[in-house]
Write a protein that binds this ligand. Structure first.
Ligand code: TXA
Ligand code: MG
Length: 335
């Protein structure tokens, strides 16, 4: 899973030439382009089938590049960077005037993140060292998750190939993603920090740095934050959340009606004699997040009429995966 020197060189050449490269990060795979090249960024939207007014995250090699992309960066944002970068945290900041509308969706803010993945960091360093194009030594890679719009984010190179393989010239394979769900997004552009998308970095982790728990506004930014659209992260098969204590009854009733279910559970192991494809995920939120998208993708291919997911515990530690599952249920079964 360690790309060769030639792989990195080819990736840098492609980025410099305004082409797309899929890149591993610790959260999910990204579909990358030179963030300072609007024509290259336009190819991302075309490949994903994503509306062009949805802003992208710019991935940077390190803190040094932040002032090139953002202005009036507040102290709290620097504190969050110190604590969580490289890592699964995206900060929304006021953008520098030069930053292309193609990246920001025409907004006056830009999303920045230094990813915590050695392959992503090596590529970012090499791209910046090559003088980037528009942004020179502060070059960044704009990258949304490398899935078609509205679908399940990819957590392996094979998932990216399945989503976009024929549409992109290169997938840099960095192995399976450690975190498995997208970064936490914190808006630091308008006073008090606000969480726009929950993720691996939970409110209590942010609170430890900020001294107060940030509020969460996931629905409000929609459709500007496409990850906050009600229907997102979705399999093609319809998906339903069913409480653990009702799971067996529900499956039996579906079976009597001739429905084929595929099950994703976290507390209930498969019952002997049950015909359903059944995936038991870890019963802790971090392990669950790591495996969730792969499980959804597998179950989407299981030939079932319905994916049945055991409802998650209500406590706050499960917020990020509960958010993804709710949106997956809302978007499922649409094609
Ligand atoms: O973990 C991640 O964040 C992954 C990896 C590849 O870094 N990327 C990712 O990108 O999830 P994407 O485009 O699928 O989701 C990024 C979210 C979108 O919902 C987008 O609207 C929001 O970030 N976003 C980006 N720039 C923004 C801005 N200036 N204001 C508000 N939201 C922004
Ligand atoms: Mg996405």
């Amino acid at each position: 899973m360690i790309p060769s020197d030639a792989d990195y060189r080819r990736a840098v050449e492609l980025l410099r030439a305004g082409e797309l490269v899929a890149i591993p990060t610790e959260t999910v795979y990204g579909l990358g382009a030179d963030a300072a090249n609007p024509a290259a960024v336009a190819k991302i939207f075309a490949a994903k089938g994503r509306p062009a007014d949805h802003p992208l995250i710019v991935h940077l090699a390190g803190h040094d590049a932040v002032d090139h992309w953002a202005e009036a960066v507040p102290d709290v944002a620097w504190e969050l960077m110190e604590s969580f970068w490289p890592g699964p945290l995206t900060l929304i900041l006021k953008k520098q005037a030069w930053v292309p509308d193609a990246v920001t969706g025409g907004q006056d803010t830009v999303g920045l993140r230094v990813p915590g993945h050695p392959v992503a960091l090596e590529l970012l360093r090499r791209f910046a060292a090559s003088g980037g194009k528009g942004a020179g030594e502060h070059a960044g890679i704009a990258a949304p998750s490398a899935n078609r719009f509205g679908r399940i984010s990819p957590t392996t190179a094979a998932h990216v190939a399945e989503e976009l393989g024929e549409r992109i010239p290169m997938i840099l394979d960095g192995g399976p993603c450690k975190v498995g769900i997208e970064s936490t997004i914190v808006d630091c552009s308008r006073g008090e920090p606000v969480v726009l998308r929950p993720g691996h970095i939970a409110p209590e982790h942010l609170e430890a740095v900020l001294g107060l728990r940030p509020s969460i506004e996931t629905a409000q930014g929609a459709p500007r934050v496409s990850g906050s659209l009600e229907a997102h992260y979705a399999p093609r098969t319809p998906l339903r959340l069913v409480a653990g204590e009702r799971l067996l009854d529900f499956l039996n009733s579906q079976r009597h009606r001739g429905g084929v279910c595929a099950v994703i559970a976290h507390s209930q192991p498969p019952q002997a004699g049950m015909p359903h494809p059944w995936r038991l995920l870890p019963a802790d939120p971090v392990g669950y997040a790591h495996d969730l998208y792969g499980a959804l993708r597998d179950m989407d291919h299981a030939g079932a009429d319905l994916i049945v997911v055991e409802s998650l515990p209500g406590d706050v530690a499960w917020t990020a995966v509960a958010d993804r599952l709710r949106r997956a249920a809302a978007g499922a079964g649409q094609g």
